[in-house]
Design a protein around this ligand. Structure first.
Ligand SMILES: [Zn+2]
Length: 272
């Protein structure tokens, strides 16, 4: 029996982008020649973090985009390709504001787990460099980013996480009872997904960028432009599908605008 826990989905910033970055799908964004002059398909690319209130502590999954995205991303060009939508009323929408709405500060988080170290997931990790929060990501991701020279490589910006004391997770692992990470590499060296086994609502899998969108999941799975290793990516999607079929888990995708409209967001909504 899974322990009592509450899972809160937190807003952590919404980008806009050409959806070709996320989905190489005929009919959706790849146009035939009669439409060659048609406008590119831009859409919203929401991010989320997940806060788990667990008897053994508060666990946070991912950190979203940074408030200073314009300056931080300017050297990479991401500010032109993935601009963050203007924050809504009261400058909410970013992770710090979502935590405040829960009457929490970064010091209240016992464990931060980063699905991977991309610019729209690990950007606020340094908010948790407080001597209290244990920060974890996959060992494969730590090994991968160690070779980055310069300001950025792909969608990794080492300034987001450089100098943090991060523990490396090897293999699939239970963080606390009922909360596990699943190694799902391919999007990056060490992208992980999160599985929570809720006592009332059953298992849920937060895929992060292992699966961007419901349309990416298929079947068949449909790839994207930002992928480190396409074959590993496909293996990971099928690994998740097998776990879903065995457990009946609900899938929550990393950047799906339509699905995000259906989620129960904090501070009012939660899953238990
Ligand atoms: Zn990513």
């Amino acid at each position: 029996m899974a322990p009592e826990m509450k899972v809160h989905v937190l807003e952590s910033g919404t980008m806009e982008a050409d959806l070709t970055w996320l989905l190489l799908a005929p009919g959706r964004v790849i146009k035939p020649r009669v439409e060659k002059d048609a406008p590119r398909a831009w859409g919203k690319v929401p991010t989320h973090a997940v806060l788990i209130d667990h008897p053994e502590g508060r666990i946070l999954w991912d950190t979203g985009v940074p408030r200073d995205w314009q300056t931080r991303w300017e050297p990479t060009g991401f500010d032109q390709f993935f601009p963050v939508l203007d924050a809504t009323e009261g400058d909410s929408g970013y992770l710090d504001a979502s935590l405040r709405q829960m009457e929490l500060t970064p010091d209240d988080i016992d464990i931060l787990v980063l699905s991977h170290l991309h610019f729209d997931h690990a950007a606020n990790a340094k908010m948790f460099d407080n001597g209290k929060t244990k920060i974890m990501t996959s060992q494969a991701e730590l090994d991968g980013v160690a070779s980055i020279a310069g300001y950025s490589q792909g969608a990794h910006i080492p300034d987001d996480f450089k100098g943090l004391d991060m523990a490396g997770i090897k293999g699939d692992d239970e963080i606390v009872p009922g909360v596990s990470v699943i190694q799902t590499p391919g999007h990056t060296w060490g992208t992980m997904s999160l599985k929570v086994d809720l006592p009332n609502e059953g298992p849920k899998i937060f895929t992060s960028d292992a699966v961007y969108l419901e349309d990416s999941y298929g079947p068949p799975a449909i790839g994207a432009a930002i992928v480190w290793n396409n074959l590993a990516w496909l293996d990971s999607v099928e690994k998740l599908r097998k776990i879903q079929q065995e457990t009946g888990a609900e899938m929550i995708f990393g950047h799906d605008e339509e699905q995000a409209k259906t989620l129960k967001f904090a501070p009012d909504g939660f899953y238990s």
